[in-house]
Design a protein around this ligand. Structure first.
Ligand SMILES: Cc1ncc(COP(=O)(O)O)c(C=O)c1O
Length: 401
């Protein structure tokens, strides 16, 4: 059992928390599996599972049918292994060569694209009397990390000669798959398939080829290959505006806070830093204990909507580090009522996409930036091995939303 219970949230006085529905993550991975039935699904759980929390989210993805896990940093993999997750864990970027020993020890699956890192891995694998499966990253046009397509064949010849190394896969990453039908995505896929054909001709085709992210998994079956690497869709969020409603995904996260002050402010008063929100008539003003240190950005000042008792209100004035205020007019809001900053309350819903649109960012950033000081409350957590629901009543942990 992981995360916090409602009782713990109350007892410890946590004023803001993230509810993460692990059942939604399991469901979403199932949807992705159905979309790519001939491929394995790797769940990208880097960035603390896009803010949803690890290891619980990683486990939920595995329970939903993912067979592999993807992270960006060795530290993220250490966290998952320490919790007993034994599935293959891919590390998307090369760490400094000094980390090679740790990667071998933890049985990780490194991305490789420099000869220096490959040599370090080989040395560490030989020292540990192990073989490390590597996935060679190819840069098909995003120009972040990876080998140029023309260099791959020579690189594989060298890599295959290194002791302790098994080239298990080749892979690449798409730059504009969030725009369905973009010609650059087809160009990247063609380049990748050219490399694959050449390797096949020279008898060096590895077991795994992969290039698809969530967007390509939903919109481009030709890109599915041997496995799809999905992040955002596992959490029920859309890879881009063009995808809204394109699959049966369920958002997994709600961000909620318990109001901690309600007062009447007379006409002529103004709210928060900078006094940017002036009251033309007296009103009830509610204080919500969430701020930019909780990932609720200052850019939401005066702009973002939130829900209290099923009614939509707007942030009134500047978001502070730990709190913000809301003019609720004459409405009857009490101290302790729950404010929903992301998620549903009654018939209303605040989507991460809505918040992202207000501040020129993407839903990925909205959830990923919610820091660890915001406790995660996991709903619908499964026991590790028996497939039964954990005996915690989710109604118990429904904080009023
Ligand atoms: C290398 C790699 N693969 C897969 C993903 C998953 O992408 P998405 O969250 O769009 O599905 C990411 C995320 O950015 C990534 O960096």
């Amino acid at each position: 059992m992981t995360g916090f219970t409602k009782a713990e949230i109350e007892d410890r006085g946590h004023p803001v928390w993230a509810e993460v529905d692990l059942g939604a993550i399991r469901h979403n991975v199932g949807v992705l599996r159905a979309l790519a039935p001939s491929s394995e699904v790797m769940a990208a759980v880097k960035g603390y599972a896009y803010g949803h929390g690890n290891p619980a989210s990683a486990r939920a993805a595995l329970q939903g049918g993912a067979t592999r896990i993807g992270v960006a940093r060795v530290g993220e993999a250490i966290h998952l292994r320490a919790d007993g997750i034994e599935t293959p864990i891919h590390v998307f970027t090369e760490p400094p060569p000094e980390a090679a020993g740790t990667m071998i020890e933890l049985g990780l699956t490194p991305a490789v694209y420099t000869s220096q890192f490959a040599a370090a891995l080989s040395d560490a694998a030989v020292a540990a009397a192990r073989t490390v499966p590597i996935h060679v990253k190819i840069d098909t046009g995003m120009h972040r990390v990876g080998l140029p397509p023309d260099d791959v064949e020579d690189a594989l010849l060298e890599l295959r000669a290194l002791p302790g190394i098994e080239v298990e896969g080749i892979w690449s990453h798409l730059a504009v798959a969030d725009v369905p039908g973009h010609p650059f995505t087809s160009k990247q896929l063609e380049l990748f398939e050219d490399v694959d054909r050449n390797l096949d001709r020279s008898g060096m085709r590895p077991r795994y080829r992969h290039i698809a992210n969530s967007a390509a998994t939903i919109s481009m079956p030709a890109s599915h290959l041997d496995l799809v690497r999905c992040g955002i869709a596992c959490y029920g969020l859309w890879p881009g505006p063009a995808f809204v409603g394109s699959a049966d995904l369920r958002p997994a996260m709600a961000l909620r806070a318990r109001t901690n002050m309600v007062k009447s402010v007379p006409a002529g008063g103004a709210l928060s830093y900078g006094l940017t929100y002036g009251l033309e008539r007296s009103a009830r003003v509610v204080t919500v204990p969430a701020g930019y240190a909780d990932g609720y950005g200052r850019g939401f000042s005066g702009r973002a909507s939130l829900l209290i008792n099923g009614t939509r209100y707007r942030v009134s004035g500047t978001v502070c580090m730990d709190q913000f205020m809301v003019d609720v007019g004459d409405d009857d809001v009490e101290i302790g009522d729950v404010a929903t900053l992301i998620g549903s309350d009654g018939d209303e819903r605040i989507a991460a996409e809505e918040l992202a649109g207000l501040t020129g960012t993407i839903n990925y950033e909205i959830t990923t930036r919610i820091p660890s000081r915001v406790p995660r409350v996991y709903l619908n957590e499964l026991r590790l091995n028996d497939g039964d629901e954990v005996g915690r009543d989710d109604g118990e942990r429904d904080h009023g939303g």
